[in-house]
Design a protein around this ligand. Structure first.
Ligand code: SF4
Length: 372
């Protein structure tokens, strides 16, 4: 653990804090969007915001894969689970409320065969063990979780596993950044720079961010998830902002390269193709922002194999998740936060997910704010 501890050292954090305090220009604000929910949690868990000068602000972004899934797709998962098959997915998704405040967990309580898995390999294992049942893996996530889905479909094809299929909800980070910067909504803060995601960037590298930084004149610094990573990346952003530069820089050099993981990218390109349009919670419908299964793997595409009702979805009344995911509001602005909506009784995805901004506020920030 020594390696991780080095990225949490208090003396180095204090030194970086002094460097940031010396670098910021008085009289101007720095709005830094942390794209990724992992950064949000690091900022709260380690008190990074408290080490920042008062004119450096973190704006929470849409980088939580569970949070950005629109209610319509949650409804689709629930409808599938009720079709007498085995529906497998990751744990966080089970508790996300769909229309009418139902959820996969409630469908399971009513008798649907919903199973929480830790990996695509678990889902494949369930399919092999239940040859008489259809097994559907409801896949979500950014570029980090897409390669394992590609591997699973290749394995299923190689084995002739005819009872396995996948619903593809894999989404693309650069398209989401484009969606935020291209059409700012009323009330959306002017973002001065972005902390780029770390895990996603280990797969796609730094190059896909270059056109975004140039087009929108915003610096982007790829940052690791440890507190010193976030502070160092913030300092790099502040320096760029001061100098009027808008480049892609890489703070997370120990894991991220310019070109990314070519093997993983080739795997993904073999199995998936761009989906012309996909709905995001908070960002609306974005072109070329998600993936779908290629025709060569159509037999494993649950969206082609099953009859999936497309009904209009109902947002939970009063839930501000869409605005939070866009940086328009903070969790504490939501009237339901901490009263009706808690991790034990979530009203929206941002309170459910382990990367959600509302969950971060509740876990690390709420009580401190109350005491202040
Ligand atoms: S506190 Fe709950 S209801 Fe409010 S935005 Fe967050 S998840 Fe939605």
């Amino acid at each position: 653990m020594k390696y991780i501890d080095d990225f949490r050292r208090n003396d180095l954090a204090q030194k970086l804090a002094r460097g940031i305090a010396a670098a910021v220009q008085p009289g101007r604000d720095y709005q830094l969007m942390e794209f990724c929910g992992g950064h949000t949690h690091a900022i709260f868990r380690y008190g990074v915001q408290d080490l920042m000068p008062s004119n450096v602000h973190y704006v929470h972004g849409p980088g939580c894969p569970v949070c950005v899934l629109p209610i319509g797709r949650v409804d689709l998962a629930i409808a599938l689970a009720r079709q007498n098959l085995i529906l497998c997915t990751y744990g966080d998704l089970l508790r996300v409320p769909g229309s009418g405040r139902t959820s996969l967990l409630k469908a399971k309580a009513e008798g649907a065969d919903v199973r929480m898995v830790y990996s695509t390999q678990d889902a494949l294992h369930i399919a092999r063990a239940n040859p008489q049942r259809q097994v559907v893996f409801f896949a979500i996530g950014f570029e980090t979780t897409t390669p394992p889905s590609a591997v699973a479909l290749k394995q299923a094809k190689a084995e002739g596993l005819s009872n396995f299929s996948l619903v593809c909800n894999h989404v693309l980070t650069p398209a989401a950044i484009h969606g935020i910067l291209h059409t700012p909504l009323p009330g959306q803060l002017a973002i001065d720079g972005l902390l780029g995601p770390s895990h996603v960037s280990t797969v796609i590298g730094t190059q896909p961010y270059v056109p975004l930084a140039q087009t929108y004149a915003k610096p982007i610094v790829i940052s690791g998830f440890e507190p010193l990573d976030v502070m160092q990346a913030s300092l790099m952003l502040i320096r760029q902002i001061n100098q009027g530069r808008h480049e892609v820089e890489n703070e997370y050099t120990r894991a991220v390269s310019a070109e990314g993981n070519r093997k993983a990218l080739a795997l993904v390109a073999e199995v998936f193709e761009l989906r012309p349009s996909f709905e995001w919670r908070g960002l609306g419908r974005l072109p070329d922002s998600a993936l779908q299964i290629r025709p060569e793997y159509a037999e494993f595409d649950a969206e082609r194999r099953f009859d999936l009702p497309q009904q209009p979805a109902e947002e939970v009344k009063g839930c501000d998740c869409p605005s939070i995911l866009r940086g328009i509001k903070r969790p504490s602005d939501c009237k339901l936060f901490g009263s009706v909506c808690t991790p034990d009784n979530p009203m929206g995805s941002c309170m459910v997910s382990s990367e959600g901004a509302c969950a971060a506020y509740w876990t690390y920030g709420r009580f401190r704010q109350e005491a202040a």
